[in-house]
Ligand binder design. Sequence first.
Ligand SMILES: [Zn+2]
Ligand SMILES: [Zn+2]
Length: 572
Amino acid sequence: MKNHIIADMFEKMAAVLEFKGEMPFKVNAYRKASRVIGDLQVDIEQIWRQGRLEDIPGIGSGLAKKIDEFLRTGRMTKYEEVMADVPPGLIELLEIQNLGPKTLALAHEKLQVNNLEDLKRVLADGSLARLPGMGAKKAENIIKGIELYERAKGRISLGIAVPLVEEIITQLQERTSVKRISPAGSLRRMRETVGDIDILVETEKGAEIIAEFVHLPQVTRVLAAGDTKGSIIVEGEIQVDLRAVRPESYGSALQYFTGSKAHNIHLREIAKKRGLKISEYGIFCGKKQLGGSKEEEIYENLDLVWIPPEIREDRGEIERAAEHNLPNLVSLEDIAGDLHVHSNYSDASISIEEIARKAKELGYSYIAICDHSQSAKYARGVEVERSKHKWQEIKQLNTKISGITILSGTEVDILADGTLDYPDEILAQMDIVVAAIHSGFKQRVTERLIAAMQNPYVNIIAHPTGRLISKREGYEVDLDAVLRVAAQTGTALEINAYYDRLDLSDVNARRAADMGIKLAINTDAHLLEHFRMMRLGVGVARRAWLEPKDVLNTWPLEKIRQFCQQKWQKLK
Ligand SMILES: [Zn+2]
Ligand SMILES: [Zn+2]
């Protein structure tokens, strides 16, 4: 049935024509046709075969011809014409609620917004809110629209799921007498996106807690409310399940519902060989329960050490647990600084002083201010002269604020020809040089990344694959080649902790670490709130089996300086 394809095409045409300022009656004709066809309860092809397209209300001869063309040839000339001169990333944005074609046209014209990334940027730095007729409230609604749009794609990004589940857990702790409570499922394993959200609570009064749960203020729909399980929909789209379990089964239920499936199947096989049985209720020998109150008891009864949730993927962790030889995973407490943060020298709105004070509050001992470089006009890249001014300011702040070292850095653009956007003598004066590709995603990306890594002053490659989880595949890059050169040159790679990037991914970060490459977990913060995303990056690093020794920004500053020095010595 092609009804929805055609409905989608007409809806897109309506949006694009409206964006282009076309007469409202034309726009409305397409929109109405889209709705009618979308709601049609019979196959449009059947009506077409009977020659009755024009019997459909709202379909005149012009639209009927277009449908006929599409059903005959699989193409619609008018559709292609309308879409031709609009960037594809922009068309996608027309689906975002609360944005509207007029606002988008304005953002496109005034702020060069061409895709979702651009839109997020102008929302984050406040420039969209400053446009005539906009304001903070409208901008906030657009952010909500984006969240909805991203959620509609079926998965919730970790950056939305983590704060949401924390909020629900806090509310339940305030309202009820919960004992132990924890997220489970892929969220607890810190997968980059999650489906539904699972929470587990220890209680002997399940019905009471579930009654509170389904009456939380953010609930938009209740799917189930029993004695042991409640299911709610929050924020329109997200399903959250709460399971109430008895104290003697809390650990085994947590283990069971955390997964992964592959990990649990492997555990069950081991149990079976020993004549034991594990389930969500506990670990049993015949009818006798050997354990289950604590998660550790499940593992211990199989002669395994407890395995951190992030690595429960059956990727070798069970064998290592049997040898009592699990990696000493990096944790948030190990993080000593952030090596990629933006200030109001480029496209963020936060001052270096605010950043430094925030970093100090987080217990960091250093923070690198890595603003965009001069060619990055879209992000107010810092020219050489302003760079010098920035160094001056950093120098002063370093004497003014104690207990934190502010590093002068840059996120230097890797240009189309593989050269860097600052001359070497400027890079040489930076404490930290992060290099990144921000344009020309299809142009010789591998060669450009390699050329950048061969520069003795480049310390870290930011977001090495360029993927955006909700909307963009990575660059066309030969990652093996990039990893080889990173290892040879002593260049670190980034795990960008920004929730939509999480780049390198867990799998790729593990490959890098296995080759001896060092990684840096950076937030790429443009707002103070973004510092909170460090935990997402740490989650990825843990899934990648990284230990503190693998992660640059767990090291003392002196050791980082040596790391940079070594590369320079080797390549100068
Ligand atoms: Zn970047
Ligand atoms: Zn950045």
